[in-house]
Design a binder for this molecule. Structure first.
Ligand SMILES: NC(=O)c1ccc[n+]([C@@H]2O[C@H](COP(=O)([O-])OP(=O)(O)OC[C@H]3O[C@@H](n4cnc5c(N)ncnc54)[C@H](OP(=O)(O)O)[C@@H]3O)[C@@H](O)[C@H]2O)c1
Length: 235
């Protein structure tokens, strides 16, 4: 992939892409919320609740159990850490890069030379991590090329602000890794200020909006990639 990306970058930016305030417009549409009623609701019929059938439930749970018991075996042939090619000049945004999977992805990509953007809700923590990673570098290795940008997926305004700031650079974006996510269980259901259930917004709507709003930059970095980190539980 990296070879691909570098090859296309050398070829220059794609022509004919549209710029402008598409960000604000898409965010406004997203904030307007789902249509009330409409075809979907009518198809379900009055009083009828759409739900998963037993087959979907069984498939889903089999997937979860399979992942739980066999994930390590299925991945045992992979090197850890994965060997990455030099990623110099490749711009990558990783959301939720301050802990868990996102932190490890971010660290390894930055150490491979990528221009890494940590899109996080806790910038201070991200800066501390960068300092730590810099200190771990040997004397001969290049300084890490990492920047921190604030992004809180619980607010669609924050998503739009992030995308507008990035797009204003008129620079290519080669990879967007939508990693940030939440999974709370046994707590009361909560809704965001935008009016969506929290899991639905943080795990699905906001990352999708982010990807849409960043399209001008992704097109500029073509052939670019959007990677969504998800769960088998999201069936
Ligand atoms: N670990 C697993 O076994 C597993 C399984 C299936 C799917 N996943 C998916 O993999 C992804 C990473 O999981 P993980 O285990 O690494 O989780 P994690 O350790 O809890 O990390 C989640 C990251 O998302 C960030 N985040 C949460 N809410 C956010 C918000 N409103 N705005 C911006 N960032 C936010 C967190 O920021 P803070 O650092 O500030 O808290 C954190 O950096 C998630 O999407 C998760 O659903 C994980």
């Amino acid at each position: 992939m990296a070879g691909d990306l570098r090859h296309r970058r050398a070829g220059g930016a794609d022509a004919g892409e549209e710029e402008g305030d598409g960000g604000a417009e898409a965010a406004a549409k997203a904030k307007a919320g789902p249509p009330s009623g409409g075809e979907g609701a009518e198809a379900a019929g009055p009083g009828r609740k759409e739900a998963l059938g037993w087959l979907e439930w069984s498939r889903g749970w089999m997937g979860v159990v399979g992942e739980f018991f066999f994930q390590r075996i299925a991945a045992s042939h992979l090197a850890n850490p994965l060997e990455l090619p030099p990623l110099d000049g490749v711009s990558i945004i990783v959301t939720g890069a301050t802990s868990g999977i996102g932190l490890e992805i971010a660290r390894q990509l930055a150490q491979a030379g990528a221009h890494l953007v940590m899109a996080v809700r806790r910038p201070k923590v991200a800066r501390e991590l960068i300092q730590k990673w810099q200190n771990e570098q040997t004397e001969v290795s290049m300084p890490l090329n990492i920047e921190v940008m604030e992004l809180d997926l619980i607010s669609l305004d924050s998503v739009a602000r992030f995308a507008d700031t990035w797009n204003a650079r008129m620079a290519p974006l080669h990879v967007l890794i939508n990693n940030a996510g939440i999974f709370t269980i046994g707590e009361p259901q909560r809704f965001t200020k935008d009016g969506y259930e929290e899991h639905m917004q943080v795990n699905h709507l906001a990352p999708a909006l982010l990807a849409m709003l960043l399209l001008p930059s992704l097109i500029r970095g073509s052939p670019s990639r959007i990677i969504n980190v998800n769960s088998v539980v999201s069936f």
